[in-house]
Ligand binder design. Structure first.
Ligand code: GCO
Ligand code: MG
Length: 423
């Protein structure tokens, strides 16, 4: 145990502090609502360098705040901020209670902040520490949401004009109250809308006959020179998903997302047997164990885990490496409830990761962009990271304080007969 570079060797089995350590002096959680709620962890070191990490879990924000404040922050003080892997293992193994969205979001926030610190100390943009650039820009997809087919077709046209090369299309469905993905205003689709969950009504039969018509019209109008994506948002059974995938084959989707709930990973085998439409899943996964079977059995094409909900860069890298062995590519979640801090870190990850597929990009409101200053930028369908040391995103704390937390929850879905369904 006693080696020359130990500053304070100790008999106790705690992590030793080595020469050159960068000590965590404080950490705190910042909650702000510039149009929607965001939770941010800020870690400060004795060298004056600080890092920030996104800790936002939509509709469950305060659980992560409590987890961080009550259980994580006290254990960070005095640790060497450079020991990212050891701190990750400490928070994961050390909690005894492994996995779950709250735990993994809290770990992700710490991990992201520590990578930010390490990259700032190195004087490098984060992607350099991961292994450097694999590509010039990060292909992103935007969200075209319409009240009906005509409207959605127009919205896709608008996204094309803005320069997008890949567009997700969602449409209202006649007879379905509150179909998933229909925007409430221009550009900013935002599902978390009530202090209590809004009740929506789902109708699988109406959806299954409507969705192929939407994509038929989209291809007729916009041709095949643009990538189209679609999110089913967990609404179908595996055999229904197989049928939809088959019906959508003529329209060559980039992917069909979350077509059935994925707690049972084996369910995707059935979908796979019926369709060549590429499958994407994983925005609600939080560890490699949620997608291990899906990946190893090549039941999916894109894995959608992202920095903030899957344990940070340290864990996302493990998922991506496993996926790369099976030709599964990344397609990280990037809805507006993932803050610009997550987006910044995700873009550095995407710039490096060899088996990159695509990155979701729902633009944040101007108020959000003012609170979270960032150096990434959009051009011709791609997002580009900047060269600021770290992940390139910072928080204006004074401005953040002007937007206090507003309790909001995600909707729920019921079937026509009143039974609960998957939102
Ligand atoms: C997506 C997602 C989101 C989620 C939202 C929940 O593909 O972007 O499905 O729209 O519903 O992130 O908080
Ligand atoms: Mg989704």
């Amino acid at each position: 145990m006693q080696t020359n570079d130990l500053l304070s060797p100790s008999a106790a089995p705690t992590a030793s502090v080595h020469r050159g350590a960068v000590i965590i002096r404080s950490a705190r959680v910042i909650v702000t609502c510039p149009g929607r709620n965001f939770v941010t962890l800020k870690i400060e070191t004795d060298q004056g360098v600080y890092g920030i990490g996104d800790a936002t879990l939509n509709g469950r924000e305060k659980s992560v705040v409590a987890y961080l404040e009550e259980h994580v922050i006290p254990t960070l003080i005095g640790k060497d901020a450079q020991r990212i892997e050891d701190i990750w293992q400490y928070l994961y193994r050390g909690a005894y209670w492994r996995r779950g969205p709250v735990t993994m979001t809290a770990i992700a926030a710490v991990d992201t902040a520590l990578w930010d610190i390490k990259a700032k100390l190195a004087g490098m943009p984060l992607y350099q520490l991961l292994g450097g650039r694999s590509r010039d820009g990060v292909l992103v997809y935007g969200h075209a949401n319409g009240l009906d087919i005509e409207h959605t077709v127009d919205e896709v046209g608008r996204y094309k004009e803005m320069g997008y090369r890949a567009i997700r299309a969602q449409s209202g469905i006649p007879g379905v109250k509150g179909a998933y993905g229909v925007g409430r205003g221009d550009m900013y689709y935002e599902p978390a809308d009530g202090t209590l969950p809004t009740e929506t009504l789902w109708n699988t039969t109406a959806y299954l006959s409507y969705a192929p018509k939407l994509f038929e019209k989209l291809r007729d109008t916009h041709g095949f020179g643009i990538e189209l994506l679609h999110d089913v948002h967990h609404r179908l059974t595996p055999i229904e998903a197989g049928r939809l995938g088959k019906d959508l084959e003529p329209y060559r989707l980039f992917w069909m997302e979350d077509s059935t709930p994925a707690e049972n990973q084996e369910a995707f085998r059935l979908i796979r047997q019926h369709t060549t439409t590429p499958l994407a899943v994983g925005e609600i996964f939080n560890t490699i164990w949620d997608c291990k079977d899906l990946i190893q059995n090549q039941l999916i094409d894109y894995i959608r885990t992202t920095v903030v909900h899957a344990g940070g860069i340290t864990h996302l890298r493990r998922i991506a490496d496993l996926a790369s062995m099976y030709q599964v590519r990344t397609g990280s979640h990037g809805a507006t409830d993932l803050s610009p801090v997550c987006m910044g870190a995700a873009l550095h990850f995407d710039t490096w990761v060899p088996n990159f597929g695509i990155q979701e990009y729902m633009r944040h409101t101007p108020e959000t962009d003012e609170v979270f200053l960032h150096d990434y930028s959009f051009k011709d369908g791609y997002l580009h990271v900047g060269d600021t040391p770290g992940h390139g995103v910072d928080i204006d704390e004074a401005l953040a304080a002007k937007y206090p937390y507003e309790p909001k929850q995600l909707p729920i879905a019921r079937l026509q007969d009143g039974s609960m369904w998957n939102w």
